[in-house]
Design a protein around this ligand. Structure first.
Ligand SMILES: [Mn+2]
Length: 453
């Protein structure tokens, strides 16, 4: 945990930003896997972690917005629980480490809430949370509090030095995971084997993953969680994986490399193009610049490169304006990163990534951009451009004669089994521009071929 003062300050700032009533932060409980006492791995709620750091199930926190005082609702384990689970930190010790002075038993939470004229809470993302809330409030719950959501987003968006250290600690593990994957990948090995190496490395270092590993020869399937293939010569392997830090901050890295250890010419050309897209995006990352512009800039580089290879044609600005590049780059350039891998997405993607000036587009591709607004010093985000050849999408657009003025469909035959390439790194916005977080992970064609040799 961070020291108590940090959590106390965060709660004070939060309370100052809310006019009236109680701020209710619900901690997570165990979730059963297949019967009540067989639990999924416990993950505390990220907002709860942010405001008190306490990483145990069945805790709840109330911050009085008028007095600024916090109360922890929790119970010590009884002897029967201890027989099965062993001892855990006492509630009084927990409260102390989080700088909380008031403790009440969980059974008093409902009446405490119902005695207040205003209760602010955040959106729920699990059914068990919804049901708990309903029970606590006797069925009288309304919508989540917009003012609380906006205040939490404004606080969690700006990462402090302590938080950056956590993310970099996650990236230490992630860098090793990625290097292991490059070293162990070879012709005839299964994807599953590499996934085992990746996740095993995190686990043996006492870490969990921030999201399920994507490791696949079908990089064109954007969130592919199937690991059944045996890797063959000539294929590319895409590894999108990241560990959590001890305090549950996320990391999110993607590398793509040839199964054989050597890129062929076509793979090299597309790889270097994605590399230049990422570089162009980096150069755009500084306070005041909008991330949407970075996305569009990277898209323009993609069109120029694909034009050079005879795949696209026409004016790059027009092609990007029309959305023709999205055939090859159908997702957004990146997202915020923090306690959640898509940071704060549970609070509302548009509220986190957009503002009055930048509305979400409904154009295919651009519509999936999770972060569009102006960058601010202290934002941590991913920069993850990619180029993909998605047979179903190509066939559909071709059949519809879609963007014929920008796309040479006849040139795409040789890309049928190409797959996809994505390169993803995590950066913090600094006063002058940006800084790539974590240790260097092989990123150029030469570096990748070197580590795989
Ligand atoms: Mn990502």
């Amino acid at each position: 945990m961070f020291n108590a003062q940090i959590y106390d300050n965060r709660r004070k700032i939060l309370a100052d930003g809310i006019d009236d009533g109680l701020i209710f932060l619900m901690g997570n409980s165990h979730v059963p896997m297949n019967y009540p006492s067989n639990w999924l791995h416990f993950r505390q709620d990220s907002n709860f972690l942010y405001y008190c750091g306490l990483d145990h199930p069945d805790l709840n926190l109330i911050i009085d917005s008028n007095s600024g005082e916090s109360t922890l609702f929790a119970d010590d384990l009884n002897v029967q629980d201890i027989v099965w689970e062993g001892e855990r930190t006492s509630v009084s010790k927990m409260a102390k480490t989080a700088g909380i002075h008031n403790i009440l038993p969980s059974k008093e939470l409902s009446s405490y809430l119902l005695n207040s004229n205003a209760i602010h809470y955040l959106p729920m993302y699990r059914q068990d949370q919804e049901m708990t809330l309903q029970t606590l409030l006797n069925g009288s719950q309304s919508d989540a509090s917009k003012s609380l959501i906006m205040k939490v987003i404004s606080q969690r968006s700006i990462k402090t030095e302590d938080e950056l250290n956590e993310i970099e600690s996650a990236l230490e593990i992630t860098a090793e995971m990625h290097k292991l994957a490059m070293r162990y990948t070879r012709v005839g090995i299964s994807e599953q084997k590499i996934v085992g190496k990746i996740e095993g490395y995190a686990l043996e270092n006492g870490r969990r993953l921030a999201y399920p590993v994507i490791f696949t020869i079908h990089g064109e399937i954007l969130h592919n969680n199937n690991y059944k293939n045996i890797m063959k010569s000539g294929q590319l392997a895409l590894n999108d994986s990241g560990a959590e830090s001890p305090l549950h901050y996320a990391s999110d890295i993607t590398r793509t490399f040839p199964v054989s250890g050597k890129f062929n010419d076509l793979q090299k050309d597309i790889y270097n193009l994605v590399w230049s897209m990422q570089d162009a995006a980096f150069n755009h990352c500084k306070p005041g610049n909008s991330y949407k512009e970075a996305h569009l800039e990277a898209s323009k580089i993609a069109v120029e490169g694909l034009k050079g290879m005879g795949i696209m044609k026409g004016n790059p600005d027009d092609a990007v304006g029309a959305g023709a590049h999205a055939l090859f780059f159908p997702h957004g350039l990146g997202h915020m990163l923090g306690l959640d891998v898509h940071d704060m997405e549970g609070l509302g993607e548009d509220l986190v990534g957009y503002n009055e000036i930048n509305n979400r587009s409904d154009q295919f591709g651009l519509a999936y951009l999770r972060l569009a607004k102006e960058l601010v010093e202290g934002f941590v985000l991913t920069v993850e451009p990619g180029i993909y050849f998605i047979p179903h999408l190509i066939d559909q657009w071709n059949a519809e004669n879609k963007y014929n003025e920008f796309i040479n469909y006849d040139s795409l035959g040789r890309f049928i089994d190409f797959g996809g390439i994505r390169i993803e790194d995590n950066i913090v916005i600094t006063e002058q521009g940006y800084r790539i977080l974590g240790p260097h992970i092989p990123r150029t064609v030469e570096e990748i071929e070197e580590i795989m040799s």
